[in-house]
Write a protein that binds this ligand. Structure first.
Ligand code: SF4
Length: 303
């Protein structure tokens, strides 16, 4: 049996000693190679290069292993554990219970969750600026997080709630106007009716919203063949610049797809997304939302 090496890290010396002495590490197949009293010392004790071979395993798990939502009733305590946690790698103390229950609540309602964070530990591990422990699901949905400087998160959270309620009511008012207009097609009216009927049911309303978004296009298809087949017929192709680069977007854009898109006569509106592994000299560095807004403007100009 392989022996696994263990490095113990905690800022309490007594805790380390108890963990070291009370567990039969050798009997369980582990070898304690050392301990550190803080994260910086721990990182110094385990050189990054020594862990590099694990990167492929990590990448595989992130890219290939999907959430198994049909394994159990997700409304039960056990079932909730099969949902994707939207709180991942925080910088809290090892063994912190706060991150455990914050992770659990993101599994229960994280894709539609607003967090009004009072200042304290949860604002330190929750918003360390350069990185974020919160993440998104495959649709790009995840918790919205904000922190008020002082311990007034009830007032701050009320503001978030009122703001969200106002925006939503304004949206529903506009949809109501559309539903009453003679110019609105019957199918669109049906979609709006479903949206308005489910407005207070989060899960059902999410499905209704997705249906409305989908209805914006006359048809939809995915996969390499669909892209190659339709690239020659499309009038506009819009997307990240990786669309014309073979094997970009983590390999999602195959050489055949990149060739079909690059050689298509369609007008192309490409966004210089840095995740595609390319940068364009001379362009100002803008937030992604600005690039998307500019792309939308260019498409409207074209049509
Ligand atoms: S609440 Fe704060 S101090 Fe306590 S264990 Fe968690 S991160 Fe550490």
């Amino acid at each position: 049996m392989d022996t696994y090496t263990v490095l113990l890290v905690d800022d309490e010396e007594e805790v380390i000693q108890v963990i070291m002495k009370k567990i039969d590490w050798a009997g369980l197949g582990f070898s304690v190679i050392g301990y550190a009293n803080n994260g910086v010392k721990a990182l110094e004790m385990v050189p990054q290069e020594s862990q590099a071979e694990q990167q492929d395993v990590f990448n595989y798990m992130v890219e290939k292993v999907s959430v198994k939502e049909d394994m159990a009733d997700i409304k039960t305590v056990k079932g909730s554990q099969f949902k994707q946690p939207l709180l991942e790698f925080s910088g809290s103390c090892a063994g912190c219970a706060e991150t455990a229950y914050a992770r659990l609540v993101t599994q229960v309602c994280g894709d539609r969750m607003y967090i009004s964070n009072a200042t304290g530990c949860s604002s330190i591990w929750g918003g360390p600026a350069a990185t974020s422990p919160y993440t998104v699901d495959k649709c790009g949905h995840g918790p919205a997080w904000a922190n008020s400087l002082f311990e007034d998160n009830a007032e701050h959270g009320l503001g978030l709630l009122l703001g969200q309620k106002t925006i939503r009511e304004r949206l529903m008012g506009k949809l109501q106007e559309m539903a009453e207009s003679d110019k609105t097609p019957a199918e669109t009216k049906a979609l709006i009716a479903t949206y308005l009927e489910t407005a207070q049911d989060g899960a059902a309303n999410a499905a209704a919203t997705a249906a409305m978004l989908k209805a914006g296009a006359s048809a939809g298809a995915t996969g390499e063949n669909a892209v190659i087949w339709n690239a020659g017929k499309a009038q506009i192709i819009a997307g990240p610049i990786g669309l014309v680069m073979a094997n970009s977007m983590l390999g999602e854009c195959s050489p055949a797809m990149a060739t079909a898109i690059a050689s298509s006569p369609a007008h192309k509106v490409l966004i210089p997304a840095t995740r595609c592994g390319a940068s364009i000299a001379g362009l100002p560095e803008l937030p992604l939302a600005d690039y998307i807004a500019d792309a939308a403007r260019r498409i409207l100009e074209f049509v």
